[in-house]
Write a protein that binds this ligand. Structure first.
Ligand SMILES: Nc1ncnc2c1ncn2[C@@H]1O[C@H](COP(=O)(O)OP(=O)(O)OP(=O)(O)O)[C@@H](O)[C@H]1O
Length: 477
């Protein structure tokens, strides 16, 4: 399944630094030979400085500018080089970090196979440009922590560097792409990505040195894709319609095609639901290239299900297996929770480079229309009618009207691009305009204190209340 001649990255890692403290935190230089990677793990509360002194280097496909200091916090990632480079590393003034160099040869690193893939996609894009047809629609799949998002980002960056404008789609609602977690989103990438972030800064009202990418987002609002499969698939279809029409209206985006990131396929009984979602994505986005990262088991399942099939636009589906990088890092639940909390904080208050001033407003219970997104496990909604739970309620993909209550305190609510007068199904299908945070619920006075990124009234916009991202108690502290 792998491109011949490329094996798993050899674990030849040589630790160069751990647990820096102010006394032992000098600025050091690190020289990387061609194909080496500098891998680093910086926890929350620590900041690692990296500067390219000579040579060339990339992070997830985006080149580091020479002599420019970059600050990384709460990041597990790598800097790689094709031709060799020297980096200046400034250890955190306080706090810890781990870093090491991986020293593979060209034959050992999967990065070469990723680059080969990029050139293959480039030739398909050039052909699509000549004929006015749709460029490649690439789906990246694999088990959790296979490096799927990193590969998607790298392919997007390389395409952008060639002057292409691919549409990048995130179908992993546990993590947000250019928006908060809990969403499915798509955005055209025409400019470089801020390498100190995963996907770039969240769109906000502030100015930014790097052009901000505006995603189209739909709010799913539940922790797992299979918590409400019917709703999840419904929103994927909505996103696919929007993505396809974006391609239709712009020839440059059309020829560049799509890069679609997915959530990790779990093992065991939950896997079936995830393969079902992948089938849905393949059909709805007319996927014609499936990249399977780091799993022969997933690879053979994808081959069996999709290889050789004809897409809805008439081309044939190809399944390609690629090795996972030996450097991909596990991110435990507490690390991921702190990433989600930082995303919420950044959305309302900005980041180290740009401070935002969110707006607080008091709103009467009667002035808001809040809709609850419920879990509805698959087996129970096979007939489309939903299940009757012990509490006597029936749950489907349809939203349920919710009265403001203490349960909403410290929750993020999505503002739907719809009207409170719309039917629940229209509200469910609407894309998201933005988010507000419920800072306080005063049940006695029937008032909510709501934080919004801009000083605009909620007007007649309905609010969607899910359980993901989870409530965050210390946003205003
Ligand atoms: N070669 C590498 N060296 C060091 N870190 C890496 C490398 N490749 C990826 N990572 C890091 O490993 C982590 C997991 O990678 P990534 O998010 O790409 O995996 P994923 O398969 O998308 O994960 P998930 O299943 O959670 O969606 C990320 O923090 C990423 O930056």
């Amino acid at each position: 399944m792998s491109i011949p001649g490329l094996g798993q990255l050899a674990p030849t890692a040589a630790p160069i630094a751990t647990a820096a403290s102010p006394a032992s935190a000098p600025t050091t230089t690190q020289t990387l030979k061609p194909f080496w990677e500098y891998r680093f793990d910086v926890p929350h509360g620590s900041t690692l400085g990296i500067k390219l002194v000579s040579g060339t280097a990339e992070k997830d496909g985006t080149e580091l500018a020479p002599s420019t200091p970059y600050a990384f916090t709460a990041t597990k990632s790598k800097i790689n080089t094709w031709h060799g480079c020297t980096l200046e590393i400034t250890a955190p003034a306080s706090g810890t970090y781990d870093a090491y160099t991986s020293e593979p040869t060209a034959e050992e690193t999967p990065m070469v196979s990723y680059l080969n893939l990029h050139f293959k996609l480039e030739s398909l894009r050039a052909a699509a440009q000549r004929t006015g047809s749709m460029g490649p629609r690439v789906l990246v799949v694999g088990p959790p922590n296979a490096g799927k998002s990193s590969l998607t980002r790298t392919l997007a960056s390389w395409a952008t560097r060639m002057g292409r404008q691919p549409l990048v789609v995130n179908t992993d609602s546990r993590e947000g792409m250019l928006t908060l977690p809990g969403t499915l989103s798509a955005a055209v990438f025409a400019t470089l990505i801020d390498i100190t972030t995963d996907w770039g800064s969240l769109p906000s009202s502030g100015a930014s040195a790097i052009p901000v990418k505006l995603p189209l987002a739909y709010y799913y609002g539940l922790p797992q894709s299979d918590d409400n499969p019917k709703l999840f698939k419904r929103l994927l279809s909505r996103l696919a319609v929007a993505a396809t029409s974006r391609l239709a209206e712009d020839v440059d985006v059309k020829s560049a095609g799509m890069l679609i990131d997915t959530g990790g396929i779990p093992t065991g009984t939950r896997a079936a639901a995830y393969y079902d979602f992948l089938g849905h994505i393949v059909a709805e986005f007319s996927v014609n290239i499936i990249i399977v990262l780091g799993s022969e088991r997933v690879g053979s399942e994808m081959q069996k299900r999709f290889a050789g099939q004809t897409t809805t636009v008439g081309d044939t589906i190809t399944v390609v297996g690629l090795d996972k990088s030996g450097g991909v890092m596990e991110r435990d639940e507490s690390f991921m929770q702190s990433i989600r909390e930082s995303a919420i904080r950044e959305y309302f208050f900005g980041n180290a480079k740009m401070t935002l001033s969110p707006f607080t407003q008091q709103v009467d219970f009667a002035a808001v229309s809040i809709w609850r997104i419920n879990e509805a496990p698959a087996a129970t909604s096979a007939d489309g009618a939903g299940i009757t739970y012990d509490d006597g309620e029936t749950r489907t993909d349809t939203l349920e009207k919710a009265e403001p209550s203490m349960m909403m305190q410290n929750c993020v609510l999505a503002v739907a691009c719809a009207s409170v007068h719309d039917a629940p199904d229209t509200i469910r299908d609407a894309n998201v305009m933005g988010f507000v945070y419920v800072a306080d619920v005063d049940e006695k006075r029937h008032r909510l204190r709501i934080l919004a990124p801009v000083s605009a009234r909620l007007g007649d916009r309905p609010l969607l209340w899910g359980s993901w991202p989870e409530h965050m108690v210390n946003l205003l502290i």
